[in-house]
Design a protein around this ligand. Structure first.
Ligand SMILES: [Zn+2]
Ligand SMILES: [Zn+2]
Length: 488
């Protein structure tokens, strides 16, 4: 096991129960820093070398073997559907500094591609699959899974922040979170759902209908029934809410273009009544069949509400980067059928034959706290300056600014200098509001000027550095360009 940082190792520790906040406090007191949760009873901690299970008072403690950190999909020579050949997403433990993450990948000989839409802690790398085990042998690496072609092409994508748990985050390696609402084994579940409110961006009846359609898509394949309720604080109830900013849980929403939604895993991973609840960030522009497609996001979030983590398969609804979907993939169906009994009626036979499944969506019920009506703002454009579509309403500006880099003259350059200044131009009909830069290693700043901008000096590490410059117009549309700089 190689290690970049000098004083701690990541260990998988196992308790005899679901880790609670008191357990995390106790481990911290013993010098073991919890970094992520491994349901049902484990967690990853960063602790000094030689720490033993006895010293921490846990049932078991061990390091992860490199092969455990590589997605099973990458053990087969067959390219997973939707995956880009030779490209991988490396997830580092959440406590690893982004500089260190990039340095490890570079040192291991991988080419790094910056993509501003990547999740924190994830790095997109290109290289030979033969090298995955060497990369996975680094202690700081948590998991490696296939990169989608969309990620590699730099198309605008939104990452799911992962479903939430009161005791911490969960890594990509966790496909099932707990046993589902039915407990261990393959049983059935009867869930309620209640709308605390709905977005005002779309007709309220349609919003409810779309979300119920997402529930029913899952209910086609497993014995889970969804029944409308008026009590969003009830147990075994998916409380649905559209909110902006801080909204009463530990995960405040950010501005448009960031997190789209989050969902709390079923009890007992989360306590009632928040277990199963689904929150949508109303700062984003919600659409129907167009980005950001409410059905696609609700379909993914419902997977979390049922107890699924993320899938490694790029074409699955549960891949961590949302994509437009009209239904579940075989991968998603296979995953949910590991938690609940399958429906005996064949998929595709229409509405599940359940008495509990409402045929008509209910309109949202009390208490309705209207969120501030948000002005729909078009979402991010892509690297080539294309139009992401926004919601297509009215005459709003949905065209991202044009952005070009004039210096360096090539998007891939080599230097021996310790820093670089990047220059270029940006133009937009409604005005360029800002030009900012960031590096894959985590440095960032604002360029001076907009129509003619200068970014830097930008610090360079030895090896490959990826610099992303992002321009935003007055309407919130963005464009970005990447420059790769190798420092000798
Ligand atoms: Zn997700
Ligand atoms: Zn929330």
């Amino acid at each position: 096991m190689q290690r970049w940082s000098s004083d701690v190792t990541h260990y998988l520790v196992e308790l005899d129960h679901m880790p609670a906040p008191e357990d995390l406090d106790r481990l911290r007191g013993l010098g073991a820093q919890p970094v992520s949760l491994v349901p049902d009873s484990g967690l990853i901690v960063a602790a000094p070398d030689g720490t033993t299970a006895g010293a921490l008072g846990v049932v078991r403690l061990r390091s992860l073997a490199p092969e455990e950190k590589i997605s099973p999909l990458l053990r087969s020579p067959k390219l997973p559907s939707g995956a880009a050949a030779g490209w991988f997403v490396v997830e580092f433990h959440p406590d690893v500094n982004p500089y260190v993450a990039e340095a490890i990948a570079v040192q291991a000989g991988w080419l790094i591609r910056n993509n501003p839409d990547l999740a924190p802690g994830q790095v997109l790398v290109q290289g030979s699959a033969d090298g995955l085990k060497t990369l996975a042998a680094w202690d700081e690496v948590d998991y490696i899974f296939p990169a989608s072609r969309r990620l590699v092409r730099g198309e605008p994508v939104y990452v799911c922040a992962g479903a939430d748990s009161q005791a911490g985050t969960l890594g990509q390696s966790i496909p099932l979170v707990g046993d589902g609402w039915d407990g261990p084994g393959l049983g059935s579940a009867n869930l309620s759902y209640a709308f605390y409110n709905v977005t005002r961006q779309l007709p309220s009846g349609e919003v409810a209908a779309i979300i119920v359609r997402a529930f029913n898509e899952w209910a086609k394949y497993v014995q889970v029934n969804f029944t409308a309720s008026n009590n969003s604080l009830g147990n075994e109830t998916i409380g649905i809410r559209f909110a902006t900013g801080a909204h009463g849980d530990p995960y405040p929403f950010g501005p448009a273009g960031g997190i789209l939604a989050h969902t709390f895993y079923p009890a007992p991973v989360n306590p009632e009544p928040i277990a199963g609840d689904m929150h949508f960030n109303d700062a984003n522009t919600w659409g129907i069949g167009t980005n950001i497609d409410l059905f696609s996001v609700a379909l993914h979030e419902t997977g979390h509400a049922l107890g699924l983590g993320h899938s490694d398969l790029p074409t699955a609804v549960m891949y961590p980067y949302y994509q437009m979907a009209t239904g579940l993939s075989a991968e998603d169906v296979g995953a949910v059928q590991k938690l609940y009994a399958a429906r005996s009626t064949p998929p595709g036979s229409g509405t599940p034959p359940s008495t509990g499944t409402p045929s008509t969506p209910t309109t949202p019920t009390s208490p309705t706290t209207p969120t501030t009506p948000t002005t729909p703002t078009p979402t991010s454009g892509n690297g080539s300056g294309g139009n992401n579509g926004g919601s297509g309403k009215g005459s709003k500006d949905t065209t991202p600014p044009s952005l070009s880099v004039t210096s360096p003259a090539s998007t891939s350059v080599t230097t021996s200098a310790a820093n670089i200044t990047v220059k270029g131009s940006a133009n937009d009909a409604s005005g360029v509001a800002s030009v900012v830069w960031s590096t894959a290693a985590g440095a960032s700043g604002t360029a001076s000027g907009t129509s003619a901008w200068t970014a830097g000096p930008i610090p360079l590490y030895r090896g490959m550095n990826t610099i992303t410059v992002k321009a935003t117009d007055a309407a919130g549309n963005t464009s970005w360009r990447t420059v790769m700089v190798r420092r000798n």
